[in-house]
Design a protein around this ligand. Structure first.
Ligand code: TEU
Ligand code: CA
Length: 549
């Protein structure tokens, strides 16, 4: 069932474009300062106009919000902050009318410590739920080992009632679920099937590469039983319906991605991997240790994924999500070339093979923020701030890292118009609105054919019109060029040529864009000097149709 075809004769999600919504920052319908499900329903026409096929909804399930919903305390109930079960049903039904599917975020590696299972589990060692989590005795009053949690501090937490430590890869309020336990697995599959019944159009699987952890051997990602579990889950749930499933996998290589996204549908539809997006940090260090982007490496990594997965698996195309800084501030120029560079990055990405993801506000060219520490809300940002100051780093350099990489860069409210709080809420927003909202907002761009919004809309339309966007074989051009990112995509019907100047200086174009190529899209009004130069951040896609006899 997972293979229902579209007009191009392939699975629907291969020609789809997915839009990610971070619900608390999207649109607030009742003035409490927090975005909600009704708010999303109100904006469905906006999304239909953009042309997207599905919404990946970051978690809206019941949660104490320690990690903004990635800590779930009830997998079948909506958090009151976002609405209720009825609102969710309405969202699914209304979205369907706009030809949009709802992809839910499944957090299966851990739950909240406030989940009923954990509340039971920590009562005693022989409680039936104890084994739903990962417990160890510890050694001589000390944690089993010195593993660290992603958000800072040790990965082990002592519970005196049971005289054991539980394992948590993320915050102390996110205890890891024990996938070794078949009862736990069945319970999760039942829950997934329940959401399928409710009309979910697919699932995004949070840190799926980490579910098969074996902390005794210090294994977090890619545990030996990982693919066994995924195959079992897929068989018991996903394969029963026409869904898209996407696995978040920081540790994926193209070889591993072939397994996750095997075209036989035994696992998932596609991977969501990060190799291309982690390059601007000091090698072997954390994302906070800033380094300039090694442009040639970026090209190598993209080429590797494009060629190695061709006809063997399927990848996601993205620059942004709720964990990443805004791409126009990161690798574009969010000052004098904001519009040009935002469009160049869009054109570069959407020309490649895979399913493109647009993260809310990316289609407007929304930018990073530079707040004082008091304005930040993200648990990861605040944890690292504390830790690094304790280690003796100076505040100024820590703030520089936060401004460049904090997840809150992506989490400021969506900029709808130039009214108070960017039209996001009539109340007090849970996090400060980016002060540039009077210049950058949706109302200004929707009807403007030269806007970033329009460029995204056009790219989506082109993907639907020309199958070569979906199936064309990738070939990188001018690999060694220090400013140009260029490639072709070819199938039996056509050849696409994508030419991008990744930087702010004019460069000469290393090839002739001959007359039999049709310009499909570009980010400047005209093509200057017969296309012999590429101006700052200039990007174009040409089409050459083949003669079919
Ligand atoms: O992210 C996985 C993850 O590893 C991130 O925490 C990552 O290390 C960090 O964001 C880099 O800045 C997923 C979710 O996308 C994220 O929002 C959650 O916090 C995390 O899982 C835990 O559920
Ligand atoms: Ca609200």
């Amino acid at each position: 069932m997972a293979g229902k075809e579209n007009a191009h004769g392939c699975e629907w999600w291969k020609s789809a474009v997915i839009y990610q919504i971070y619900p608390r920052s999207f649109f607030d319908s009742n003035g409490d300062g927090i975005g909600d499900l009704r708010g999303i329903i109100e904006k469905l026409s906006y999304l239909e106009n953009l042309g997207i096929d599905a919404i990946w909804l970051s978690p809206v399930l019941k949660s104490p919000q320690d990690d903004n919903g990635y800590d779930i305390s009830d997998y079948r109930d909506i958090d009151p902050m976002f609405g209720d079960g009825k609102d969710m049903e309405d969202l699914i039904a209304q979205a369907k009318k706009h030809k949009i599917r709802i992809i839910m975020d499944l957090v299966l590696n851990h739950s909240s410590d406030e989940h009923a299972w954990f509340q039971e589990a920590k009562k005693s060692r022989d409680n039936p739920y104890h084994d739903y989590y990962v417990w160890r005795d510890g050694k001589e009053g000390k944690a089993p080992n010195d593993m660290r949690a992603v958000f800072g501090g040790p990965a082990w937490e002592w519970v005196p009632e049971v005289g054991q430590y539980y394992f948590h890869q993320f915050s102390v309020k996110q205890p890891d679920l024990n996938w070794e336990n078949p009862k736990l697995r069945t319970e999760l599959y039942d829950m997934i099937n329940w959401w399928i019944q409710k009309g979910a159009g697919g699932f995004r699987l949070d840190v799926i590469d980490q579910i098969a952890k074996e902390p005794d051997r210090r294994i977090t990602g890619n545990g030996p039983k990982l693919h066994e579990y995924i195959r079992e889950m897929s068989r018991e749930t996903f394969q029963k319906a026409d869904l898209v499933t996407v696995g978040e996998a920081w540790s994926a290589t193209p070889e591993l991605a072939e397994r996750y996204s095997n075209p036989d549908h035994s696992e998932l539809s596609m991977v969501f991997q990060f190799e291309h997006i982690c390059l601007d940090q000091i090698e072997g260090k954390e994302k906070w240790d800033l380094a300039p982007l090694p442009f040639l490496r970026l090209k190598e990594v993209c080429e590797k994924w494009q060629t190695q997965l061709y006809q063997k698996g399927w990848n996601s195309l993205f620059w942004n999500n709720h964990d990443l800084p805004r791409i126009v501030s990161r690798w574009g120029n969010d000052r004098e070339y904001r519009t040009e560079s935002a469009k160049m990055l869009a054109i570069l990405l959407h020309g490649m093979q895979g399913t493109p993801y647009i993260y809310q506000g990316e289609e407007l060219g929304m930018t990073n923020v530079q707040y004082e520490i008091e304005e930040y809300r993200d648990i990861e940002t605040l944890g690292m701030y504390r830790e690094r100051l304790e280690q003796g780093l100076d505040k100024e350099s820590v703030m520089r890292s936060i401004h460049a990489k904090s997840r809150d860069n992506a989490r400021t409210p969506m900029q709808w118009d130039d009214s108070e709080n960017a039209g996001f809420t009539t109340g007090t927003p849970w996090i400060k609105v980016n002060p540039n909202y009077r210049q950058i907002h949706a109302a200004d761009q929707i009807g403007d054919t030269e806007s970033v919004f329009w460029c995204y809309k056009e790219l989506i339309r082109l993907r639907k019109e020309y199958p070569v966007f979906v199936d064309g074989k990738f070939q990188m051009l001018f690999k060694e060029h220090s400013a140009i990112f260029a490639y072709t995509r070819t199938d039996e019907t056509a050849e696409l040529l994508v030419l991008c100047n990744f930087f702010g200086d004019t460069v000469s174009c290393p090839m002739e864009t001959d007359a039999d190529r049709k310009l499909l899209i570009g980010n400047y009004r005209d093509v200057d000097s017969y296309g012999r130069t590429l101006r700052p951040y200039e990007a174009r896609i040409y089409l050459k149709e083949k003669q079919v006899n």
